[in-house]
Design a protein around this ligand. Structure first.
Ligand SMILES: [Zn+2]
Length: 304
C-alpha cells in the first residue's frame, strides 16, 4: 500500500472541548438515534419519487450505511452511502442521485448532531448517482472532498448534467425536477490526487485513490471498524461497470483492488448492491479478468 499522507487541510483540530461531542462520551441512546430517525422517516418514502426504498444499517459504533437509495435505472441499481461520526465531526460518503436522497442522509446524520460539529462530504467520484444530492450538505456548511478530476467534471455545470440525465431517461423537465429535485452541482472544496488520511480528532479515515471505473474514483476506509466504502470501485450483485474505460483502465482497476485486499476489511459497503464481506474484492477482480480475457480472445474490442 502506498504511503498515506496527512491531509492537513481538512484535519479537524484536536478540540474535544465540548465533551458532549466526544464519541466516547455518547450514551448508547445516541447510537440508536439514527435508527429511530430512520424509522420515523419511513412513512415519507412513498411520497418521495426520488428516494427509492432505503435501509439504514448500523455497522459499528459511529458507522452507518444507507443502502438502496433511488437510482433512475431501478431498484436493482439502488445507490448506497455512508455516515461516520468522529469526535466533533461527521463524515458523509456520497450524496445519492437525488436531492431527496441527500436530504434523507442529512436527516439521519442530524439525529446525532448537536450543531457544532464539522461536516464533511466525500464524493467517491463524479457520477450523478453519487453527487446529485450534494447541495443539501453545502447548505448545511459541509466541506466537500473529492478527487482533483471531480473538479474538472463538475465545474460550471449550470444544470447540464441534470438535463443530460433527463434526456437519457426520456423525462420532461418537470419530471426531472420532481424526481431529481433542485440539483446544484459545485466543485469540491478540497481535492486530492493521491492517498490521504483524514484526521478527525484522533479518529483516522483513509481516502484511497482507486482509478479504474473512472479516473476520479476514491474509496473511504475506516480502520477502527474495518469498513470500506467502496463507491463504484467495487460492485455487488452485478459485474463491475467497465464501460467508461478499456483494457488499460481495467488492468489499473485490478491493481487497485489487489491493493485494497491488503487492508484489514470486515465489511464492504459497495456503491451499489448489498453489504458484503471482503471476498467481494476477489469477485470483482475475477469479473475484470474475465473482461480482459474476452477482449484478448475477440482481438482487441473494448466490449467484454
Ligand atoms: Zn454508481
Amino acid at each position: 500500500m502506498r504511503l498515506v499522507r496527512s491531509l492537513s487541510a481538512v484535519s479537524v483540530a484536536a478540540t474535544c472541548a465540548s465533551l458532549a461531542l466526544c464519541t466516547s462520551e455518547r450514551s448508547p441512546s445516541a447510537e440508536d438515534a439514527i435508527l429511530a430517525r430512520a424509522d420515523s422517516l419511513k412513512s415519507l418514502y412513498a411520497s418521495q419519487p426520488g428516494l427509492g426504498n432505503p435501509t439504514v444499517h448500523r455497522l459499528a459504533e459511529d458507522v452507518y450505511a444507507v443502502t438502496d437509495l433511488y437510482h433512475s435505472q431501478g431498484p436493482l441499481a439502488g445507490v448506497n452511502a455512508g455516515i461516520v461520526f468522529a469526535p466533533g465531526a461527521a463524515l458523509i460518503i456520497d450524496s445519492g442521485m437525488t436531492m431527496a436522497s441527500g436530504r434523507l442522509l442529512w436527516e439521519l446524520a442530524s439525529a446525532r448532531l448537536e450543531g457544532t460539529e464539522r461536516l464533511f462530504l466525500v464524493l467517491t467520484h463524479h457520477h450523478s448517482d453519487h453527487v446529485f444530492g450534494m447541495q443539501v450538505f453545502r447548505d448545511e456548511g459541509a466541506r466537500v472532498i473529492g478527487h482533483r478530476m471531480v473538479e474538472d467534471e463538475l465545474r460550471d455545470d449550470n444544470g447540464f448534467y441534470k438535463s443530460f440525465i433527463a434526456r437519457m431517461e426520456g423525462w420532461t423537465a418537470e419530471e426531472a425536477d420532481e424526481i431529481l429535485g433542485d440539483v446544484v452541482l459545485s466543485v469540491p472544496d478540497t481535492t486530492i490526487d493521491s492517498d490521504h488520511s483524514l484526521a478527525l480528532d484522533g479518529e483516522e479515515v483513509l481516502l484511497l485513490v482507486t482509478p479504474g471505473h473512472v479516473d476520479d474514483e476514491i474509496v473511504v476506509f475506516h480502520p477502527r471498524s474495518g469498513t470500506l466504502f467502496g463507491g463504484d470501485a467495487i460492485y455487488e450483485g452485478r459485474p463491475p461497470n467497465t464501460r467508461f474505460g478499456g483494457p488499460e483502465e481495467w488492468r489499473t482497476w485490478i491493481g487497485q483492488l489487489e491493493r485494497l485486499n491488503d487492508l484489514d476489511i470486515g465489511t464492504i459497503v459497495p456503491g451499489h448492491g448489498k453489504l458484503s464481506p471482503k471476498s467481494l474484492i476477489d469477485t470483482n477482480i475475477e469479473y475484470l479478468e474475465a473482461a480482459l480475457d474476452s477482449v484478448t480472445q475477440s482481438g482487441g474490442s473494448n466490449t467484454p
